[in-house]
Design a binder for this molecule. Structure first.
Ligand code: ADP
Length: 388
């Protein structure tokens, strides 16, 4: 009798716990038949769900919402529901998220199923735990939307700011011409020619800003990607900017590794990446007064078959700005000389190839900035193409 009392007491205790949980609990037998539920399940789905009802009924919404026309894609969650049922019937552990029709409308539930082990008379029985994650998912979605809007706001603000300047100049030159015409009835051809060339130059600047923006924003327009030789891209980039380095009194140190894997990317864009990094390093070195200005470019094989490209200089370094330099329109250069888009383009390109770029200062006693780029091996091309 004492043992019985203790048993009743322990049962009451467990009942008190499960009754007050915010988690819904259902015990399901080997046939998928619901044996017991806690009050939360009844609160969500009504009393009909408990007592000998098949677990199928719990997911009935998903089945009834299945499209009558077979070629239509199944509603969200159908595959997940089937996997879950299969897990219940086979006594496996499973976790998934599903939309279910509750008494208060459709809600998203995180569902965990696990078999009851170590109990012979409950063989094949599983416990189903449901958590209502609707609000959490909604909050996450709205946060993501806010972030996107914020990024778009920054971008739009930046474009407006950048385009405003050439636009003002354009307007000024054009209205100048208009005034001259009004005053004198005609304009000297060479004056006209000069003013028109100014106007065209400003229009060209606007076009350039827009082209830059395209490269940053419209990543789906990325040209074809495939195997690229890092060393070749560096050499062709230097073919374009090498002469400038000399005239800026900068020494170039090249250190090409021997067995650098062929990387996955786009050769022309990788060239642009190198140009951007080298030109940035050159600008950084212009601002310091030291005897030996050096830019070092180094390639090597990295772990996991990746290719590494390092560009460093002995300039002023990043001054703690490494978190911000990849942001579109972030620049420390004077108005008109830097658009702050170079590194955001570098970042966007490398991201689309599945690689990474890291910026930091060289460890002391060295001075200057160091950019480390890791690129996926070309052998993994298919995986990346499929992901897009
Ligand atoms: P921009 O060159 O037009 O300013 P970027 O996106 O290329 O735009 O660079 C953003 C900022 O990052 C620069 O204004 C500069 O402050 C910093 N930066 C980039 N490269 C270096 C470098 N090698 N050394 C020091 N600062 C750098």
């Amino acid at each position: 009798l004492k043992a019985q009392k203790a048993l009743i007491h322990s049962e009451q205790r467990y009942r008190a716990i499960t009754d007050n949980l915010a988690t819904g609990i259902a015990v399901v037998d080997a046939n998928g038949c619901i044996q017991a539920v806690n009050p939360k399940i009844t609160e969500w789905f009504g009393s009909t769900i408990s007592g000998g009802v098949f677990v199928d009924d719990l997911f009935s919404l998903i089945r009834s919402a299945a499209p009558p026309v077979p070629q239509q894609s199944p509603p969200a969650g159908t595959g997940a529901a089937q996997s879950l049922l299969l897990a219940i019937l086979s006594g496996a552990t499973w976790e998934t998220e599903l939309p279910l029709k509750s008494l208060s409308g459709e809600r998203t539930f995180r569902i965990v199923v696990c078999p009851v082990l170590d109990s012979e008379d409950m063989a094949g029985t599983s416990v189903l735990m449901l958590d209502d994650v609707t609000e959490r998912r909604q909050a996450e979605q709205s946060l993501q939307r806010t972030r996107k809007l914020e990024a778009m706001g920054t971008l739009a603000g930046g474009i407006a700011h950048e385009i405003n300047q050439p636009l003002n100049a354009l307007q000024l030159y054009a209205s100048g011409l208009e005034m001259m015409l009004e005053k004198h009835g005609s304009i000297e051809p060479d004056v006209l020619y000069k003013r028109l060339s100014w106007i065209l130059r400003e229009a060209g600047k606007i076009r350039e800003i827009i082209a830059h923006m395209r490269a940053v924003v419209m990543q789906e327009e990325t040209p074809h990607c495939g195997p690229v030789m890092v060393e070749e891209a560096v050499r062709s980039a230097l073919g374009l900017v090498g002469a400038q380095l000399q005239s800026h009194g900068i020494t170039l140190q090249l250190d090409f590794g021997r067995q650098v894997p062929v990387a996955y990317g786009n050769a022309v864009q990788l060239e642009q990446v190198v140009i951007n990094l080298v030109v940035n390093a050159m600008h950084a070195l212009d601002s310091v007064d030291i005897a030996e200005k050096t830019i070092t470019i180094h390639t090597a094989a990295a772990p996991k078959g990746m290719a590494m490209l390092v560009v460093e200089d002995n300039g002023p370094g990043l001054n703690g700005l490494q978190e911000r330099i990849f942001d579109p329109f972030f620049t420390t250069k004077e108005t008109g000389s830097g658009m702050g888009l170079g590194l955001s383009i570098v970042h966007a390109f490398i991201e689309t190839w599945g690689g990474s770029v890291h910026a930091g200062d060289r460890p002391p006693p060295e001075r200057g900035a160091r950019f480390v780029i890791l690129l996926q091996p070309a052998g993994d091309c298919h995986a990346h193409n499929d992901n897009r």
